[in-house]
Design a protein around this ligand. Structure first.
Ligand code: AMP
Length: 195
């Protein structure tokens, strides 16, 4: 099994690169943001509870997203590996993920962290808001709240995986194909290690 985390701030290109990586490497894509938006669309109690926090740019409680990931892992027993996108976003989530994977006899192979300048991120998110229909992308104040959450709660996740020697930083600005090649190179290095 090959599991990786695509890490980076909102607007760093995780969604775009995830789509390409899952199709190249046959991984199962687990995006907590996508799962939460599907819950909102289906108007489930979980979705209704999460909606206000998401609209404000705040994080949903750890136990909610950890529960979602736990059931997604259980419902994909035949997956060759998972690509985690937008998760883990707190150290508690990272520790829970490490434990869940260990219980299944596997682990995170690598954390690929996309690096993008903050002003470029705001530009990308405002642009995405024009077409995505995502209410959290249209208001610059809410975008800044998401960055605040990222700095305070999510950046320590990079430190967690750096201490485990699993963090690799990749420049997330420039040509989409070049970024994809850089990500693929890091995956290929580690896939071979396992072969
Ligand atoms: P994303 O699509 O990854 O940008 O996530 C959109 C919103 O969903 C975030 O701003 C949070 O409100 C919520 N969310 C997604 N993933 C998580 C997570 N792992 N932990 C807490 N909240 C999350």
């Amino acid at each position: 099994m090959f599991n990786l985390i695509l890490f980076g701030p909102p607007g760093s290109g995780k969604g775009t690169q995830s789509e390409r990586l899952i199709s190249k490497y046959g991984l199962k894509h687990l995006s907590t943001g996508d799962i939460l938006r599907a819950e909102i669309a289906a108007q489930t109690p979980l979705g209704l509870a999460a909606k206000e926090l998401m609209d404000n740019g705040q994080l949903v409680p750890d136990e909610v997203v950890i529960g979602m990931i736990n059931s997604a892992l259980d419902s994909n027993p035949q997956a060759g590996g998972f690509l985690f996108d937008g998760f883990p976003r707190t150290v508690a989530q990272a520790e829970a993920l490490d434990k869940l994977l260990a219980q299944k006899g596997t682990s995170i192979a690598v954390v690929l962290a996309l690096q993008v300048d903050e002003e470029e991120l705001v530009k990308r998110l405002m642009n995405r808001g024009l077409t995505s229909g995502r209410t959290d992308d249209t208001d610059e104040n809410k975008i800044r709240v998401r960055f605040g959450e990222y700095q305070k709660k999510t950046m320590p996740v990079a430190e967690h995986y750096k201490n485990l020697d699993k963090l690799v930083e990749i420049k997330g600005e420039g040509d989409i194909d070049d970024i994809f090649q850089a990500l693929s190179r890091e995956i290929d290095l580690r896939n071979q290690d396992r072969a």
